[in-house]
Write a protein that binds this ligand. Sequence first.
Ligand code: BGC
Length: 272
Amino acid sequence: MTPSNPAQPLTGQNALVTGANSGIGEGIARELAAQGANVVVNYVVQPETAQKICAEINAAGRGRAIAIKADVSQEAEVQAMFADAIKQFGTLDIVCSNAGIQRDSDLAHMTLQQWNQVIGVNLTGAFLCAREAAREFTRRGMRDVSCALGKIIFTSSVHQKIPWAGHCNYATTKGGIMMLMQSVAQEFAPKKVRANSICPGAIATAINRKAWDTPQAAAALETLIPYDRIGAPADIGKVAAWLASDASDYITGASIFVDGGMTLFPGFATGG
Ligand code: BGC
């Protein structure tokens, strides 16, 4: 069970990361591969960026990477992606349900389409990927690469805890992911499947570009972050790799906030 190369503790394991051609998903895929895992880089648009990330991972000579297209909100596409991944890698040991979108609006102007799109990708997508992961882990049985039968890692958000005016669709999905994750963790712990969530704070990616891409915006954002820096995708990737490894074998059902203290009610440092 102990990997022969401690610098690459995920050697011999196969991972699938949804929404892996940009942002946090890209950071997770790169780190899992750097630590030895073979990775599926899932994407739905911009195949060229997925191919570029795979080429760079493959050139680094650690884990191997392949790109697979699927819209995670679509059941048939998720099932086809898992079938393809299992055909190419043999099986999966780590599934990172990461794909997420924002379609922001105040409540009065939010359209049903904005609501449904965000629920579809962020929450239904998480359910579909978790279900296929559980099916594959139980079908295949224990392997000699990990103490666990399999690991499911959800990308949630600080907004599973912090309400977010103007983003009620998004915050609702993150609250939903918390209960999905905990229910899956409770159901599958006896089968040795671990399920956990990472709750990122403000990580500089395309999804929140407006919040950090001018000095004024970045300064305003930093007032919400006690640790005083905006996060990077690698901050999340490293935690995902640790949650996927046997170093975290006794952790299941946990929400790990990776947020520079954003959930510490920073306004109360000087007020209250
Ligand atoms: C959102 C970002 C936001 C961050 C902190 C994330 O879940 O996707 O847009 O900057 O939370 O508020």
